[in-house]
Design a binder for this molecule. Structure first.
Ligand code: NAD
Length: 370
């Protein structure tokens, strides 16, 4: 692996390799871009089969965080950490506190949080060594589970997509096929049911879907059949890569708007396939930014009300993305990237004025949507 070439390819600012024999910590922290503010992103713990695989994951995911923060109007950059190890066997207090020491050493350039393979409880160990960690339990002044904020953002993004399609953002009577009955889907379905939508729900654990059905009168569908439902909206809230060669031809919907990450198996190919099928796609990282909004909020003293108000702004973000896509005649995921890049470039420019360390750190988030 040509290490520096790999790092330069996606324009990363800095990559930190953390190693400590006594705690068995081997981690890579990738800081992609801090133009807008400190890099924020979770710490993933995984049984990577090789070091290059771990590095590639850190580079790819940290870049994604730059775009997510930028498009969401947050004053944060993109970063991500990967901890090499088995989350079911290798977690110890020593490991996470050592990781925390490395984070502290970066003096706020990178802020960590939980991710796949790590938990809010693990972050409590990290918090013992550094204040640069977010997504903590409410009892520690954190925001707790971010899923309700994510779900609220997805709900508003979905309404923006309906407005784009019909000129009216009401979801009343609309048929919505929801894939997954986990944290995000379950909270989202409550909003959809309140608005009078007709929900179709699935999960590989039928019991989870049944508990959503009970509350929302959703119709249960077998997991494999969710793509075939005759609905208005498909809402992926489970896995990535669910929009692919096999599933796209089966969809009968006009809108895809859901909380799952990395929905398009291949951005270029499958983004184009959706256009050809006349399906409006709300880009995943823009519509599901409520989780990031929630943990960003925590850095300024969490209030649920503020986080929810900010998540409502996803309506405007999605509307802006659709307008760019139409104007430039490009897929919506590309329009989303463009919106993020334009923001980084324009704010990057104003930060060259009186460059140098300012006494004022600046607000990371805002509540106004206009
Ligand atoms: P979760 O684990 O609570 O829920 C996922 C659900 O999907 C589970 O109930 C699981 O059984 C089900 N599932 C798995 N495979 C399935 C399949 N083939 N068909 C149907 N159901 C299946 O996770 P979550 O927190 O609700 O997150 C859902 C998605 O949203 C994930 O992709 C996650 O990365 C993304 N996301 C979550 C947040 C958040 O705040 N939780 C924020 C941004 C993005």
């Amino acid at each position: 692996m040509n290490l520096f070439k790999e790092i330069e390819q996606k324009d990363h600012e800095q990559v930190i390799f953390c190693s400590d024999k006594r705690s068995n910590l081997r981690a890579i922290i990738a800081i992609h871009n801090t133009t807008l503010g400190p890099a924020l992103g979770g710490a993933r713990m995984w049984t990577y089969t090789s070091d290059p695989e771990a590095l590639s994951d850190a580079l790819r995911l940290s870049r994604g965080m730059t775009y997510k923060a930028a498009v969401s109007g947050l004053n944060l950059g993109g970063g991500k950490a990967v901890i090499i190890g088995d989350p079911n066997k290798d977690k110890t207090e020593k490991l996470f506190r050592t990781y925390g020491r490395f984070i502290e050493g970066l003096a706020g350039r990178y802020i960590t949080a939980e991710d796949v393979g790590t938990s809010v409880e693990d972050m409590e160990w990290v918090r013992m060594e550094t204040k640069y960690v977010t997504g903590l339990d409410r009892a520690l002044g954190g925001g707790g589970d971010p899923s309700p904020v994510t779900a609220f953002g997805v709900y508003h993004g979905m309404k923006a997509a309906m407005k784009e399609l019909t000129g009216n953002d009401s979801l009343q009577g609309k048929k919505i096929a929801v894939q997954g009955s986990g944290h995000v889907a379950s909270s989202l379905c409550d909003h959809l049911a309140t608005e009078g939508a007709k929900i179709f729900i699935t999960d590989i654990y039928e019991k989870k879907a049944a508990s959503v059905s009970e509350r929302t009168k959703a119709t249960y569908v077998l997991p494999e059949k969710i793509y075939d439902v005759d609905a208005d909206i498909f809402c992926p809230c489970a896995l990535g890569a669910v929009l692919n060669d096999d599933t796209i031809p089966r969809l009968k919907v006009k809108i895809i708007a859901g909380g799952a990450n990395n929905q398009l198996a291949d951005e270029g190919k499958h983004g184009q396939m959706l256009i050809e099928r006349g399906i409006i796609y709300a880009p995943d990282y823009a519509i599901n930014a409520g989780g990031l909004i929630s943990v960003a909020n925590e850095l300024e003293g969490h209030t649920h009300e503020r986080a929810m108000k900010q998540a409502e702004g996803i309506y405007d973000t999605i509307t802006k993305i659709f307008a760019i896509a139409k104007r430039e005649n490009i897929p919506t995921y590309e329009a989303s990237n463009r919106l993020a890049e334009e923001r980084i470039s324009s704010i990057g420019h104003i930060r060259t004025l009186y460059a140098g360390k300012s006494e004022f750190d600046g607000q990371l988030t805002r509540v106004s949507h206009a």
